[in-house]
Design a protein around this ligand. Structure first.
Ligand SMILES: *Cc1c(COP(=O)(O)O)cnc(C)c1O
Length: 374
């Protein structure tokens, strides 16, 4: 049996007639950049995320960059963030000449360790940017308290967390700006690059809308130096087909995660294979189902691969140890929890269309591996 880490074909094939019609609508109107489909999608996203505004842009990476620009992050400023995330979390900061200040993660959720943040706040701290890694919110209630106490804005990297909740509140609705991605592997994936930002501030929304079109509100009059970062009409139309299905897909992911838990929880291998930890009062949307494998991660990955089971490592190198950030002066050992996670984590297939027989095959092979019945 073959079990890919992610299979987009089935999802897209099932929607093919609607997607064809959506593409035809764009061709009929010739609105290829922003336009009515994108505006309609933005309204639907604002409803979904329960925010006042949702603003499309060219990628999740740009959403983060635009958020930092909107908050006037610039040379010499510091932004507190996590070292255990996708690269764009940090490049959004460094591209503006600002300095990422890394705070280590919690060993259970892999999200930023909120208890360590306050000690790192200085008069140069311009923003705090948590990441809701793998689909589970960072501790936003605590982060909001810190943000208010110190008067430092919050930006959520919610690229993996559309629809995730903490205490009933949605990812992207718990900060100054929420940043999302439509990269095809996200829970709501486009057919190309795309992203969006959420905010409840009219002022920030206004600025973000201008920044995505070279900083102009009125064509050819530039208040700021912005980017060319717009969502295209095809993505807007296609994503409007997909958005009504998002809840069902995220439910299916959570269901699959639950099945892994039931089967593997009974298998007496919990000291060798640590399953994802859900905090209380959260809705985890399982963009990834990431387990921890102390000592034998790479061996397990090779074994699963030899059995045609797809896995991946998010992320093999923590951001503070990336070659391009050597100038920041971090060294191995500085952020031990993130460094250990980079050595131990493995993502297993959890996508919505995963068949129960496939999932059971994965668990069978995991049990075989850990019980030494090879
Ligand atoms: C995917 C992702 C991004 C970047 O999104 P793109 O649309 O690929 O630019 C940023 N942060 C995190 C945590 C992500 O997973």
């Amino acid at each position: 049996m073959q079990v890919p880490l992610l299979d987009l074909k089935e999802q897209n094939d099932a929607l093919r007639p609607e997607i064809d019609a959506a593409i035809a609508r764009v061709l009929d109107t010739n609105a290829y950049i922003l336009g009515p489909e994108v505006s309609a999608l933005e309204e639907e996203l604002a409803v979904y995320c329960e925010t006042k505004h949702a603003i499309g842009c060219a990628s999740g990476s740009d959403a983060l960059l635009l958020a930092m620009m909107a908050l006037d992050v610039g040379p010499g400023d510091e932004v507190i963030t996590t070292p255990y995330s996708f690269f764009a979390t940090v490049s959004a900061i460094t591209r503006l000449g600002a300095v990422p200040v890394f705070v280590d993660i919690r060993p259970d959720t892999f999200n930023i360790d909120v208890a360590q943040i306050e000690a790192r706040i200085t008069e140069r701290t311009k923003a705090i940017q948590p990441v809701h890694l793998f689909g589970q919110c960072a501790e936003m209630a605590e982060l909001q308290k810190i943000s208010e106490k110190h008067g430092v804005p919050l930006v959520e990297d919610a690229a993996q967390a559309i629809g995730a909740k903490e205490d009933g509140k949605l990812a992207g609705a718990m900060s100054d700006v929420g940043c999302f991605s439509f990269y095809p592997s996200k829970n709501l994936g486009g057919m190309g690059d795309g992203g969006f930002m959420t905010t409840n501030s009219d002022e920030l929304a206004d600025k973000l809308r201008a920044l995505r079109v070279h900083g102009s509100k009125e064509r050819y009059y530039h208040k700021w130096v912005g980017l060319n970062s717009r969502l295209d009409g095809f993505q807007g139309a296609i994503l409007r087909v997909k958005l009504p299905r998002l809840e069902g897909w995220s439910e299916a992911r959570a269901f699959n995660a639950g099945r892994y838990r039931e089967i593997l929880g009974d298998a007496m291998i919990s000291d060798q294979l640590i399953l994802p930890v859900e905090r209380e009062d959260v809705r985890h949307i399982y963009n990834q189902f990431v387990v921890r494998v102390p000592g034998r991660r790479d061996e397990l990955r090779a074994f699963l691969s030899s059995n045609e089971i797809g896995t991946d490592i998010y992320y093999p190198v923590p951001l503070h140890l990336q070659e391009c950030f050597a100038y920041l002066g971090y060294k191995a050992g500085d952020l031990p929890v993130a460094e250990l996670a980079a050595r131990e984590t493995l993502a297993l297939p959890v996508f919505p269309e995963l068949r129960m027989l496939q999932l059971e095959y994965v668990t069978e092979k995991l049990i075989e591996f850990f019980k030494g019945e090879l």
